[in-house]
Design a binder for this molecule. Structure first.
Ligand SMILES: [Zn+2]
Length: 290
């Protein structure tokens, strides 16, 4: 495990870039001949804002003086965290680490939908009116900054090892491209995969403009937490193709403006929302149009 650890530390960045951009290219090509949505992708209108946010996020994340791996090293050296206390064997710690990281990702995502302050930032991701590979990193940069201390706290509490962390982040990067891709898979393959991991059809429901569907399928990597906590929604292929994507109150060209999206969390918004309910009432459209 030590040799693998040393190898990953040196190679994880190039491996991540190859996997991420390789999958963008692969699923981008798949979108041209096995697309899920029959509508035109309107790439010329949508992609400048999505690519702009992607570049901005990669630059900001790269410039942050915080490394999860260095933090995980410190936690291990201090003997902190559950897996270090019980001296779990490396394989058990790897599996446990994947479960813990996927759970905190699921729970944080649920909080992003249920807590109005967090929803302000997360709705930038949901404002895309079509779903394809360009939606993958369409996030407001502040959403990444909100996630960072949660990830560090998870590492400290559970003692997630540097190897586990590097492998999970790699898995997460690849899964994010896969789940946002506008591709259709055979129904049997989708049903088989979604017992364990999130599929494009499963995540597409999460981008529905119908809020009870938006407030479901929170998983980004493993699908098990949506099954365990009964937040899983299944839709047939025909229904998926007719489903409206994005926010019901934001179906116009404002959703394609990078500047407008960066300012979106700070715009007036009135949301009526129950912490564990499924009802939302937003009057943003009227306010923004005024
Ligand atoms: Zn979401």
């Amino acid at each position: 495990m030590d040799a693998f650890d040393a190898f990953l530390r040196v190679q994880i960045d190039p491996i991540t870039y190859v996997v991420f951009f390789g999958l963008l290219l692969f699923f981008g090509l798949m979108e041209t001949w096995a697309e899920r949505s029959p509508e035109p992708a309107r790439r010329a209108g949508r992609w400048p804002a999505n690519v702009g946010l992607t570049i901005l996020n990669i630059v900001i994340l790269g410039a942050l003086p915080v490394s999860g791996v260095v933090f995980a090293d410190g936690v291990r050296e201090a003997g902190m965290g559950l897996f270090n206390w019980v001296q779990a064997n490396p394989v058990a710690a790897l599996i446990g680490g994947f479960l813990v990281r996927s759970f905190t990702s699921w729970a944080t995502h649920l909080a992003m939908h249920k807590i109005p302050f967090l929803w302000r930032f997360h709705r930038v991701h949901h404002s895309d009116t079509f779903l394809d590979i360009s939606t993958t990193v369409r996030f407001h940069p502040i959403e990444f900054l909100i996630n960072l201390p949660i990830t560090l706290a998870t590492i400290a509490i559970f003692g997630i090892s540097p190897v586990t962390l590097m492998l999970y982040e790699l898995f997460d990067a690849g899964m994010n491209v896969f789940t946002h891709a506008n591709i259709r898979m055979p129904a049997w393959l989708d049903r088989t995969l979604r017992t364990m991991i999130v599929t494009p059809d499963m995540h597409r429901v999460h981008h529905s403009s119908y809020h009870p569907e938006t407030d479901s399928n929170y998983g980004a990597t493993l699908s098990i937490w949506d099954h365990v906590f009964r937040t899983h929604t299944f839709k047939e292929a025909d229904d998926l193709e007719e489903m409206e994507i994005g926010l019901r109150e934001l179906q116009d060209k404002r959703a394609n403006s990078l500047i407008w999206l960066l300012a979106l969390p700070f715009r007036p918004i009135r949301i009526k929302r129950w912490i564990l309910g499924n009802t939302i009432e937003s009057e943003t459209a009227q306010k923004d149009a005024a």
